[in-house]
Design a protein around this ligand. Structure first.
Ligand code: AMP
Ligand code: ZN
Length: 477
């Protein structure tokens, strides 16, 4: 087909919509302006490995949508929650200012997520930049009878919205029964949630019709999504832990504030990540940040591969054996790349991603494309080989893998000639003296540095293996 965009438009995308509990064909409201909102981090600390899961998952969806609808036709918004009591607590604990903490954490977040090959969303609004929009939305909700002011607070009246609980499939009575928190006397119903609350002392606060205060957590996403994406947009995403109450509350606020709109049409939730079969927690000692992993020498590309190897709607277990396996696979793939240019991804690969973002199947398809390329090589048809490599690479890059930028860890062409010469000297000495200690020591050190040592009558060949650590090699000289 002559127009690649037309061809791309024919690739189907099906997404599991939490709202309807069905896999649905994805049809955007406007194919020239596909709109997606994903709830971003609360910025008071480094992102942990679980936080990275939605980032990488929705990054793949962003890439797939751009592939299908065009590079400039996807508007992806992910917020920074920079007003939150956890941030206030950290400021109190450390004596630092709130903006100091949030600015630093946002910088870290960008560094760490960039290292995973996640593209920056089109907009990354901060909650504190949207206070006037939130106040306006809250005023509207009070005026239409969906919210009420009480003792400096403003609360959303959950009984005023019939569909409350529809997303998560809960009934108000059951929620009340499950409510363990003591009922605040400024609430009419224990399930009513805070839109605005009073601030005092060091707490961050803004003037409002209800006194100096700050927003509740949920209203920021409703206000930012309305401002940047409109009253009806295509996709809303986030972790499954946000389904209730956060997303339920976003829907209630947005749909009551703009009854003519639908808010988000497709709701996507990623399942949670565990570590070695256990819920991640600081007390279990299995809690780590993306930065911890990067500092331990796990390449960002390997982290990304592991995160994508499980389908986003399945719980995922982070294990060190998966890390090792992923590194081996990526190493092998990178070892064979000759510099061919990426071409259009293979239809089987795209079709796997189109099936509710089946990244594990897509990775399997990459393996198939790699083998096909290796087979073509053995026929010694140069044109076909380049083509096969290009399709493999174009497919991998749609998944955000095998880019130049993420390949810094790969050291396949490390120059080992000095070590090879030294190795041969030691071998000759050992043959003469029958004392193999020095040779064995060198061999052991090389193996520990992740170097493959192959000896033959002709000499020795040293090659970097997947766990190669050039830092250790430097110590050897
Ligand atoms: P937070 O900063 O806690 O609001 O979380 C930011 C994002 O990370 C949200 O989309 C959460 O749903 C997601 N998230 C938090 N913990 C995990 C986890 N263990 N596995 C997967 N996603 C998570
Ligand atoms: Zn949100």
């Amino acid at each position: 087909m002559e127009n690649p965009r037309l061809e791309n438009l024919m690739t189907d995308i099906k997404l599991y919509n939490t709202k309807t509990r069905r896999k649905e064909d994805f049809t955007p409201i406007d194919p020239d302006n596909v709109r997606m909102y994903v709830c971003g981090p609360t910025v008071y600390d480094r992102a942990h490995i679980g936080n990275a899961r939605p980032v990488v998952v929705f990054d793949v969806l962003f890439r797939l949508l751009r592939h299908k609808y065009g590079h400039y036709n996807v508007n992806y918004v992910r917020n920074f929650t920079d007003v939150d009591d956890k941030i206030n607590a950290k400021a109190a604990e450390t004596g630092r200012s709130i903006t100091d903490i949030t600015d630093e954490t946002i910088k870290w977040y960008h560094e760490d997520m960039d290292a995973l090959g996640a593209l920056r969303p089109v907009h990354e609004p901060r909650a504190t930049q949207y206070i006037p929009q939130m106040v306006k939305m809250i005023e509207g909700l009070i005026a239409s009878g969906h919210a009420y002011a009480s003792e400096g607070h403003v609360l959303f009246d959950v009984n005023s919205y019939d569909a409350y609980g529809a997303l998560s499939g809960r009934k108000l009575e059951d929620m009340r029964a499950g409510e363990r928190v003591e009922i605040a006397d400024y609430k009419r119903d224990p399930m009513d949630f805070v839109l605005w609350k009073p601030s005092s002392g060091d707490q961050p606060g803004w003037d409002s019709p209800w006194g100096v205060g700050r927003p509740g957590w949920h209203i920021e996403c409703s206000a930012m999504a309305l401002d940047l994406l409109g009253e009806t947009f295509d996709i809303h995403g986030g972790g499954l832990d946000l389904q209730f109450p956060h997303h339920e509350n976003e829907i209630a606020q947005s749909c009551c504030a703009k009854p003519s709109g639908e808010f988000a049409r497709y709701w996507l939730h990623n399942e949670m990540l565990q570590v070695e079969g256990k819920k991640m927690s600081k007390s279990l000692g299995n809690f780590f940040t993306v930065r911890d992993l990067l500092d331990q020498g796990v390449p960002g590309e390997v982290i990304r591969f592991v995160l994508l190897s499980t389908h986003y709607r399945s719980p995922m277990d982070w294990t060190s054996s998966k890390v090792k396996e992923a590194k081996g696979t990526l190493y092998k793939w990178r070892e064979y790349l000759t510099g061919a240019k990426p071409s259009e991804p293979h239809p089987d690969f795209i079709s796997a991603l189109g099936q509710d973002l089946n990244t594990s199947k897509a990775i399997y398809e990459l393996g198939v494309l790699f083998l096909r390329w290796m087979n073509t090589k053995s026929y010694q048809d140069a044109d076909a080989t380049i083509k096969a490599e290009s399709v493999f690479l174009g497919s991998a890059q749609l998944l955000g893998l095998l880019s130049l930028k993420l390949g810094e860890w790969f050291v396949g062409d490390y120059d080992f000639s000095w070590h090879e010469d030294r190795f041969l000297v030691l071998r000759d000495e050992a043959m003469d003296t029958k004392d193999f200690t020095a040779l064995d020591e060198m061999k052991k050190a090389l193996t520990e540095a992740g170097v493959k040592v192959s000896m033959s009558k002709e000499g020795v060949k040293l090659e970097a293996g997947p766990d190669f650590d050039s830092g250790k090699i430097v110590d050897l000289t």
